[in-house]
Write a protein that binds this ligand. Structure first.
Ligand code: AHG
Ligand code: MN
Ligand code: MN
Length: 335
């Protein structure tokens, strides 16, 4: 018989693994879970907006209807800002760091997030998500956090994960003790443990990349993708292309089934702090890998809040093979 376990019970158990735990971490994740339930409810109603008379961003009360990514941003800021566990936040949707509201308690955690990832998919009813990354404050003194607290390497994250608003709403997260997945039961309003200790296959059969960008790819990526398309006998196994264009969804599928996601160099598009680092922590905890092609994502020292990085993430052996293509390209260039 399988057990029934809520996210709350799970978070509480995870916090007990931290020496000197105070309950702050549980409270922070609880507020995040609340925000995700609110966002999920709104996402599920997205297709009804026009039918219910809300057009041109004006609803039936004459109020402006906020775009879903702004709504998600505001929801997280309101739920976390007043919770008292964070000292600073940063989001893909804000140019600068987000200070805590005046008068609210300051805590020891730093929250960074992508409020709505894959938002161009809302109109076509494809899965989207929210990604989060949690660090401890490192700047001196109590009180407000600063940019320094946000620009920490991903290896220092204390927790990371995502919510996916798909055929079901799920939460997948890690505190450095494996990766666990929970599915929202909307009738109960509870996330229930559905995927305990997720392990990603060492090698997959899926590759995910925007093929339309082929002309912009760097040379090793072009060679690697050509290689994957070769005759099955040449490279050992048949690969299928799967690309939704919503990172959380592409990542989640590959995490469960095995595979490799690539948004390659030279520059990349995805953000280190809100997308690459948190998913890198998740994938490594599930036995996979995340790389720029030449460096481990979690080792990168962020230089700025909205820094972009090439992201190659997924099954360990697939990512290692891509890195091998990069190494060979560098060696040839040096000849
Ligand atoms: P966001 O919706 O948060 O701006 O992220 C968009 C992303 C990501 O979800 C996806 O992997 C990528 O953009 C797709 O980009 P392309 O359309 O260039 O393939
Ligand atoms: Mn995104
Ligand atoms: Mn986004």
């Amino acid at each position: 018989m399988s057990k029934i376990r809520t996210i709350q019970q799970h978070i509480h158990d995870q916090e007990r693994l931290f020496p000197g735990a105070t309950g702050d971490f549980t409270a922070l994740l609880t507020s995040l879970v609340l925000s995700a339930k609110i966002i999920s409810r709104e996402v599920n109603k997205a297709g009804l907006a026009n039918i219910l008379g809300e057009t041109d961003n004006i609803n039936t009360h004459g109020e402006t209807v906020t775009k879903l990514d702004e709504y998600a941003q505001q929801t997280i800021c309101r739920a976390i800002g007043y919770s008292g566990q964070t000292c600073i936040m940063a989001s893909e949707e804000s140019e600068d760091i987000i200070p805590m509201p005046a008068g609210s308690k300051r805590g020891k955690y730093v929250l960074m997030f992508d409020p709505l990832d894959g938002s161009s998919n809302i109109d076509v009813n494809a899965s989207i998500g929210t990604i989060f990354s949690i660090h401890r404050k490192v700047s001196v003194g109590a009180g407000d956090g600063s940019l320094e607290d946000c620009l920490q390497p991903g290896s220092r994250q204390v927790a990371a994960g995502y919510f996916i608003y798909g055929s079901s709403t799920m939460m997948v997260y890690t505190t450095g003790d494996g990766v666990h997945g929970f599915t929202l039961d909307p009738s109960l309003g509870e996330f229930l443990l559905s995927h305990e200790n997720i392990r990603t296959p060492a090698r997959g059969k899926i590759y995910s990349i925007n093929e339309g960008n082929q002309q912009k790819w760097d040379a090793p990526t072009r060679r690697y993708i050509d290689y994957l398309k070769q005759d099955e006998k040449e490279q050992g196994r048949p690969y299928s292309l799967r690309y939704i264009g919503s990172l959380v969804s592409d990542f989640h599928r590959n995490l469960l089934k095995g595979g490799i996601f690539l948004y390659p160099g030279p520059k990349g598009k995805l953000r280190l702090l809100y997308e690459a680092s948190p998913l890198a922590m998740v994938v490594e905890q599930a036995g996979g890998a995340a790389s720029t092609g030449t460096e481990r994502i979690l080792d990168l020292q962020p230089q700025s809040l909205h820094q972009k990085v090439p992201l190659i993430i997924g099954s360990k052996d697939d990512v290692a093979q891509y890195e091998q293509f990069c190494k060979e390209a560098l060696a040839t260039a040096g000849d």
